[in-house]
Design a protein around this ligand. Structure first.
Ligand code: AMP
Ligand code: ZN
Length: 492
């Protein structure tokens, strides 16, 4: 399997430190507000990378932090007249809630900065002891970039050029303008902890590095984040690890491309953002995932609602195809003779699977993986049009299973999509009214309603049978009578 390593600027064979195991870390959010869909794209990319590694049989340990102490949180708390802890708690919960809605797997380890102070202080002490860091009279502690000959190795930057080219904050206490704070002296009213350097709080770069060392051990296999984190955040993380423990922080550095709007990076500061929450309030997670995964994780992704609507239609095509295959499979003779059409479809399923794996093995090319899935959708639709649903054989079930399996690796859950999500929730009320249905699932409600209609027809209670059908029609659904029995479908 090939993985693009940002540090070496090339694709490399993935060789885990411990055979069969991958330890990975992805920088988490600063919890001061709802995350936007740009942030969500990065978290999604690494969710799919993780899912694919698991699919390939690796035992993956995945850690992601919550930055719950930071200037942005303190500023937000001051604006709102609340404590920084309250703000951090609210948005930590909000973040986890939205990740669940977006079908992002929970990390195995979710350290929070405020609960890791000891590990960070220990790392800072290591750095001071080895002359890579220094405390100043104000109580700040800085990392000395000049003390690290390898500084710039990850981002490919040269300190002298950086000094000449970039304006950096002037601070008399720093020995070099690029020295960065490992520990920040507390200002009145800010969250702070006791330390050998007085009351203070950790710097952002300190946090991830110390947590990785404590929870995963260094080096880890994969360290990820958005490409905007390469400098200075990841450069500073790796400098600290190398200087403190004389080993790299990670063997593979992976960085996701930016989600953009009108070719401009989506960001809070530019104000050109949509929160994940507002997008998921209107669109299915599956459709948003599909849209994002149609682009390779390293490439920039231009977001628009037109493109998202396009993904909704594509998803619908996929879901309908799986449904039609399943319906066909229900009526198919399981031991029926395979004909030429079946053999072609069977081969298409095998090839789609192999192509998906080839694409994903090539630096997690989800765009190619999605194309393989839709290639199989086209083959299946052709098959169904040619043989008709009623004469299909057991090959259709295998094809549906392949589509679901591959979509599942991308975190696109077709079991849900093909069940409740397409049938309106009002169906449950209708089923309660006519069929005495007591559950909550629209799918089960549909079955109950259809059974009630069938029973009414049998009993020649035409009035009731028609009332049920009219109610169903009013919800934008149609009743289809097939060899396998009646079923409900959304009107096209
Ligand atoms: P932050 O809370 O700003 O540290 O961002 C959390 C994650 O989102 C980081 O991995 C960032 O690299 C990533 N990120 C921020 N903006 C974007 C964007 N427009 N597109 C993709 N990822 C982003
Ligand atoms: Zn980090």
């Amino acid at each position: 399997m090939l993985v693009y390593n940002s540090q070496t600027h090339r694709k490399q064979e993935l060789v885990p430190i411990e055979p069969g195991k991958i330890r990975m870390y992805v920088c988490g959010p600063t919890v001061y507000d709802q995350i936007h869909i740009g942030n969500a794209r990065t978290f999604l990319s690494f969710d799919v990378i993780r899912r694919y590694l698991i699919y390939k049989g690796f035992e993956v340990t995945f850690a992601q932090n919550l930055t719950d102490v930071d200037d942005k949180i303190i500023n937000r708390a001051n604006e709102q007249g609340r404590t920084a802890e309250e703000v951090a708690e609210e948005y930590s919960c909000a973040f986890i809630e939205q990740m669940h809605r977006f079908n992002i797997m929970d990390p195995d380890i979710r350290p929070r900065a405020t609960r890791e102070i000891k590990a960070m202080q220990e790392m800072i002490q290591e750095l001071i002891a080895q002359d890579h860091a220094y405390a100043v009279p104000s109580g700040d502690v800085y990392f000395s970039v000049r003390s690290d000959h390898a500084y710039g190795v990850l981002s490919g930057r040269d300190l002298d050029q950086l000094r000449a080219g970039e304006r950096v904050e002037v601070n008399d206490e720093k020995r070099d303008p690029f020295d960065f704070a490992l520990w920040k002296a507390a200002k009145p009213g800010e969250p702070s902890w006791e330390s050998p350097w007085g009351l203070g709080r950790p710097g952002w770069h300190t946090e991830c590095c110390a947590m990785i060392h404590r929870h995963l051990g260094t080096p880890i296999d994969i360290h990820g984040g958005g490409a905007d984190l390469i400098f200075p955040h990841h450069e500073n993380e790796t400098a600290q690890a190398m200087c403190a423990w004389h080993a790299p922080l990670a063997n593979y550095w992976m960085h996701g491309g930016m989600l953009q709007i009108n070719e401009e990076k989506m960001s809070k500061s530019l104000g050109n953002f949509y929160t994940l929450k507002e997008v998921l309030d209107h669109y299915q997670a599956n459709a948003v995932r599909l849209l994002m995964l149609q682009t390779h994780y390293r490439a920039p992704l231009d977001f628009s609602f037109e493109r998202l609507d396009g993904a909704v239609s594509s998803l619908d095509r996929l879901v309908t195809c799986v449904k039609n295959l399943r319906w066909a499979a229900e009526t198919a003779p399981q031991d029926g003779e395979l004909n030429d059409y079946d053999r072609v479809l069977g081969a298409a399923a095998t090839e789609a699977h192999a192509e998906f794996v080839r694409q994903m093995d090539d630096d997690f090319n989800t765009a190619g993986g999605v194309a393989a899935i839709f290639g199989l959708v086209s083959a299946a639709n052709k098959y169904l049009a040619e043989v008709g649903e009623d004469t299909a054989t057991s090959v259709t079930l295998r094809c549906a299973d392949t589509l679901c399996e591959l979509a599942d690796v991308l975190g696109i859950d077709l079991s849900k999509a093909s069940a409740a999500s397409e049938l309106p929730a009002e169906l449950v009320d209708l089923a309660r009214e006519h069929a005495g249905y007591g559950g909550t699932s629209p799918d089960d409600a549909a079955v109950a309603l259809l059974d009630a209609r069938q029973a009414a027809r049998k009993a020649k209670n035409w009035g009731l049978a028609d009332a049920i059908r009219d109610g169903i029609t009013a919800l934008g659904l149609v009743v289809e009578d097939t060899a396998a029995g009646a079923r409900l479908r959304t009107k096209k």
